[in-house]
Ligand binder design. Structure first.
Ligand SMILES: [Zn+2]
Length: 113
């Protein structure tokens, strides 16, 4: 499995790493990330049905940038998801198209005749 991380998400992940933010997965499938500006409180990061990060609670960064310019909490969650999936990360650079080969299901599970 390869997850392509585009430039804006790379920046979010880098900001999360700089702050030492870690996402904690909750029973309901959301993630909790500690707040930097309000120590002791947390942001709740939620996913949509397609498994994409679609909200960060009480977060000005997310309100302003959303998925186009994700906040560092979303970056921390993206990092956690990448690790949980054991995925290979392909970094999409500004000058490249980001096209790459992916491992398909049929390649992983070959039928034995
Ligand atoms: Zn946030």
């Amino acid at each position: 499995m390869t997850i392509t991380v585009n430039v804006t998400w790379q920046r979010a992940i880098q900001r999360a790493m700089r702050e030492g933010l870690k996402a904690t997965r909750c029973v309901d499938g959301t993630y909790r990330v500690r707040s930097v500006s309000h120590p002791g409180s947390h942001h709740i990061v939620t996913m949509d049905n397609a498994g994409r990060i679609d909200h960060c609670s009480n977060c000005l960064g997310w309100e302003n940038g959303g998925r186009q310019r994700p906040c560092k909490h979303a970056g921390a969650v993206a990092l956690a998801i990448i690790f949980l999936n054991g995925a290979h990360v392909a970094l999409e650079s500004v000058n490249e198209t980001g096209i790459e080969s992916r491992t398909t299901r049929s390649q992983l599970f070959q039928k034995v005749a």
